[in-house]
Design a binder for this molecule. Structure first.
Ligand SMILES: [Zn+2]
Length: 207
């Protein structure tokens, strides 16, 4: 948890202490504490939370514990959730623009686009509701005037996806500076989604 949280800083995903990270465990989930510098974190600072919203440990959980809880409760395939105010995702989110099918790699977030959830005040049930809805059939979304969310089966997967989504946001933003990017059609995005099901899988070694 701490290693991944620190990688959020060094990779530039995090701006200040704004990000947070959770990981499913047997009887609930682990969550980063509120307002703490990740460089100073020790294991005892990580908060153990239950799905009823109660928590254990010496620190108060991230103020965004609700969307971590609700996503992990509704998406059994998800083992880790990452939230950040990364520069380019947040820039697009402030324009209330999602990321459309401008590049085939958008499918790494699960579908033909990455949605932008409507705005609600941070830490609220309403924001959590919007996030869960925008993540329907997806592994990432933007949060209007706020930031981004990525889902993964584990910490390594969620970190990798968050970096990919931020990279796509940066590319889309840059393309928008020059003109209106050409979008790939639904048929092509469907083809890419099919292709990715076997992409990167090495054949079994012979002999
Ligand atoms: Zn936030």
């Amino acid at each position: 948890m701490i290693t991944t949280a620190r990688r959020m800083n060094t990779s530039g995903l995090n701006q200040g202490t704004s990000g947070n990270l959770s990981q499913r465990v047997e009887d609930g989930f682990l969550l980063t504490p509120t307002g703490m510098d990740y460089d100073a974190l020790v294991p005892e600072d990580i908060v153990l939370m239950r799905f009823d919203g109660s928590h254990e440990g010496r620190r108060a959980p991230s103020s965004e514990w609700r969307f971590h809880r609700d996503i992990l409760a509704r998406r059994p395939e998800v083992g880790a959730v990452l939230h950040a105010h990364s520069m380019f995702c947040t820039t697009l989110a402030c324009l209330r623009r999602g990321i459309p099918s401008f590049h085939y790699m958008v499918t790494t977030a699960g579908g033909a686009d990455i949605r932008c959830a409507p705005y609600a005040t941070f830490g609220t049930e309403e924001l959590s509701h919007h996030a869960v809805e925008a993540l329907e059939g997806r592994k990432a979304c933007l949060l209007a005037n706020h930031g981004m969310l990525a889902l993964g089966k584990d910490l390594a997967g969620v970190f990798k996806l968050a970096v990919e989504v931020e990279t796509l946001a940066a590319m889309y933003w840059r393309a928008l500076q020059v003109g209106e990017p050409v979008l790939l059609d639904a048929e092509e995005m469907g083809r890419v989604i099919e292709k990715f099901k076997t992409y990167g899988q090495q054949p079994a070694l012979k002999g």
